[in-house]
Structure formats: structure tokens, C-alpha cells
Write a protein that binds this ligand. Structure first.
Ligand code: HEC
Length: 215
């Protein structure tokens, strides 16, 4: 019975063509193409949606990625706010001294370097002069320029204000409170201070035993 049926259908040219064309057409699904794929049924993955880092005409500011709603806090946000959490003293002034919770050690600065190279170097570059890859691109587009850490204003900026800059951003620079926990923010501040110090280093800062060859 099966054999007879098979024999019968394959004699029909139209059925022949169909049985070849159908798997072929289905096989095309998933091949790379510049034009949008045709779907029998528009499933959820073909719906209109905003993609990360893309432009979006739906919103007034043209951004697809939405800024956090004002007042949003992280689940582990501190309940009591002191100099360690804000970089400010009771009078609301930026602290010039390290908060008591912070003790700057070589290990702490190294942690700061590690975090700095991830979160800051893309814009401020690894030396802190402000010419990271993202900054170079922004410059090409005529957008913004990260401040050099060696500007007198930043060199003399209180540690509390550096902390606050990382936390809340400054003008065109976004804040990093949501990505970088408080302790790491202080570690980054300690590393920025180290970068600044390295720029102003003189021969007197080098141990006696290693001065030969530097003069
Ligand atoms: C997306 C790029 C970008 C990243 C990442 C970035 N910055 Fe900035 N930063 C800027 C820009 C741009 C400015 C200049 C802001 C302005 O003056 O409009 C700036 C300014 C600053 C200033 C000077 C603020 C002032 O009051 O003038 C400090 C300090 C600073 N950044 C530190 C950091 C640290 C530390 C990190 C890492 C946690 C970081 N930045 C990450 C772009 C960036």
C-alpha cells in the first residue's frame, strides 16, 4: 500500500516540485541576509523594541537606554549617610580627609587601579590625562572631553569631591554609584590620587638606591 502510494505521487510533476521547494524554502530561514526576515507569524522576537546604545525616536531625549528614575536606590544602599557614604561632612562640605572607614594601603590602591582600569580608563585613559578610546571617539564627533586629572583644580580637589564625582557624575560625566560599590569608589579615589602624585614626582620621591640611571 505504502509503496503504491509513493509510486503514484512521484509521477506528479507539481508534487515533485513542491516536495523539493518546501524544504528548500524552510531551509532559507536563518540564512544571513540584510533584509528583514519574512515570518508567517510575527512572533515576539520580531516585535518593535529598543536596543541597547541605539537611538530611539519614541523618547524625547532620543535614547533607547533609559536613565534611572530620580530617587532610585540600590537594594544595599546605606541607610545612614556620613562622609564614607557621601564624601561630605555634616555641613554638606566635601571632606578633605579620608573617612575613618577607609585605610589606604598598597592593597587598597591596587584594588582602585583594577576598578579604575575598568570603569574610568575607557574615557580618562590609564594615565588620567583624559584621552581614553571613548573620549577619542567623542572628540571626533565633537561631543565632550574628559577633564585631565592633572588640571590644578582636580589636583587640589578634596577626596570627598572625587568620591562624589564618581557617585553622582559631573556635568557630561555620568555617575557610577550603581556599578561601583562605595568601598571600591574610595579605592578608585586613592588610585586617582596615586596617578596625580606620579605626575608630580621628582627625583626626591625615588628611593636613593634606584636613582642611578634616572638623572
Ligand atoms: C563615559 C566617559 C567617562 C567615564 C567612564 C568616566 N568619566 Fe570622568 N569625566 C568624563 C567627562 C566627559 C568629564 C568632564 C565633565 C564636564 O566637565 O562636562 C569627566 C570629569 C571627571 C572629573 C572632573 C570633575 C569636575 O568636577 O570637573 C573627575 C574627577 C572624573 N571625571 C573622574 C572619573 C572617575 C574616577 C571615573 C571612573 C569611576 C570616571 N571619571 C569615569 C567622562 C567620563
Amino acid at each position: 500500500m505504502m509503496v503504491r502510494h509513493f509510486h503514484f505521487t512521484m509521477k506528479q510533476p507539481l508534487l515533485w516540485a513542491l516536495s523539493l521547494a518546501l524544504p528548500f524554502a524552510m531551509g532559507c530561514r536563518g540564512n544571513p541576509s540584510e533584509s528583514p526576515p519574512l515570518h508567517w507569524q510575527r512572533q515576539m522576537f520580531t516585535q518593535d523594541k529598543g536596543k541597547a546604545q541605539r537611538e530611539n525616536t519614541f523618547f524625547n531625549d532620543g535614547r533607547s537606554m533609559r536613565p534611572l528614575v530620580e530617587g532610585t536606590v540600590t537594594v544595599d544602599a546605606p541607610l545612614e549617610l556620613g562622609p564614607y557614604e557621601t564624601g561630605k561632612d555634616e555641613g554638606g562640605n566635601f571632606v578633605a580627609k579620608w573617612p575613618s572607614e577607609v585605610s589606604v594601603s598598597a592593597e587598597f590602591v591596587a584594588r582602585g587601579q583594577d576598578r579604575y582600569n575598568i570603569y574610568c580608563a575607557p574615557c580618562h585613559d590609564r594615565t588620567g590625562s583624559g584621552n581614553g578610546v571613548v573620549a577619542q571617539r567623542a572628540n571626533k564627533l565633537g561631543r565632550w572631553q574628559p577633564t585631565s586629572y592633572f588640571d590644578e583644580r582636580i589636583m587640589t580637589m578634596p577626596v570627598g569631591q572625587l568620591f562624589d564625582t564618581i557617585t553622582n557624575g559631573a556635568r557630561t560625566m555620568p555617575g557610577y554609584a550603581y556599578q561601583v560599590p562605595i568601598r571600591d569608589r574610595w579605592a578608585i579615589v586613592s588610585y586617582v590620587r596615586a596617578l596625580q602624585k606620579s605626575q608630580r614626582a621628582t627625583l626626591a620621591d625615588v628611593p636613593e638606591s634606584q636613582r642611578t640611571g634616572l638623572k
